[in-house]
Design a protein around this ligand. Structure first.
Ligand code: SIN
Ligand code: FE2
Length: 216
């Protein structure tokens, strides 16, 4: 695909203590990442999970890596198996791992070792309500989040649900890394605006890399 912005150099924007936006960081690898998303989804298809409260999420999800984030009747958990297929989640593609390693290092997190990657797919109207990523036992490890395709408005707040929120437009290839003091900050995605992106069509994809091990 011809990408008129392919030469645009990545740059960093501080977001909060421990959090940074790496603008366009994943753009050069985006086509490969999107191809690998397709391969993962052949084995573990995207599905709309039902929350413990009985609400069907508007975002469709799948996972790759050693464990995958899933919702069950009694809560959320990281499971080694995909409940839809009964098989292990697909392996994490090398391109995913390389990108996550480079992004975490660029953000100053040199020991990040993700074993799980949640893949979100948003179509027009899909959103992710304000939440904390708190199902991971080792909160020393950051979160690396990669945006692909259509732009979306990311909200990033503080430790309390009602802390003030900043709104940031995340575009194709943008990466957000948060850890340290902001590791448990509330965040979410506003309803996706309809549109068309040359790399992903009517969708936005987001990869979030997590470490679900116990740590030292
Ligand atoms: C997430 O909070 O897990 C995903 C955020 C995003 O889609 O950018
Ligand atoms: Fe999250």
């Amino acid at each position: 695909m011809l990408d008129l912005f392919a030469d645009e150099k990545p740059w960093q924007e501080p977001l909060a203590e421990g959090a940074v936006i790496l603008r366009r960081f994943a753009r050069a690898d985006a086509d490969e990442l999107i191809k690998q998303i397709g391969k993962v989804a052949l084995l573990s298809p995207f599905r709309q999970m039902v929350t413990p409260g009985g609400y069907t999420m508007s975002v469709a999800m799948t996972n790759c890596g050693e464990r995958g984030w899933t919702s069950r009747q009694h809560g959320y958990l990281y499971s080694p198996d995909d409940p839809l297929t009964g098989q292990r989640w697909p392996a994490m593609p090398q391109a995913f791992r390389n990108l996550s390693d480079a992004a975490s290092a660029a953000a100053g997190y040199h020991d990040f070792c993700p074993d799980a990657c949640l893949i979100n797919r948003y179509v027009a109207g899909a959103k992710l309500s304000l939440h904390q990523d708190k199902d991971e036992p080792d909160l020393q490890q950051p979160i690396v989040s990669v945006s692909l395709g259509l732009p979306a408005v990311f909200q990033f707040g503080g430790l309390k649900r009602n802390d003030p929120l900043v709104r940031i437009m995340l575009e194709h290839g943008d990466v957000v890394v948060w850890g340290g003091a902001s590791r448990l900050f509330y965040h979410g995605i506003l309803p996706l605006k309809p549109g068309h992106h040359p790399a992903t069509g009517e969708a936005r994809y987001n990869l979030t890399f997590r470490s679900t091990g116990k740590g030292e």
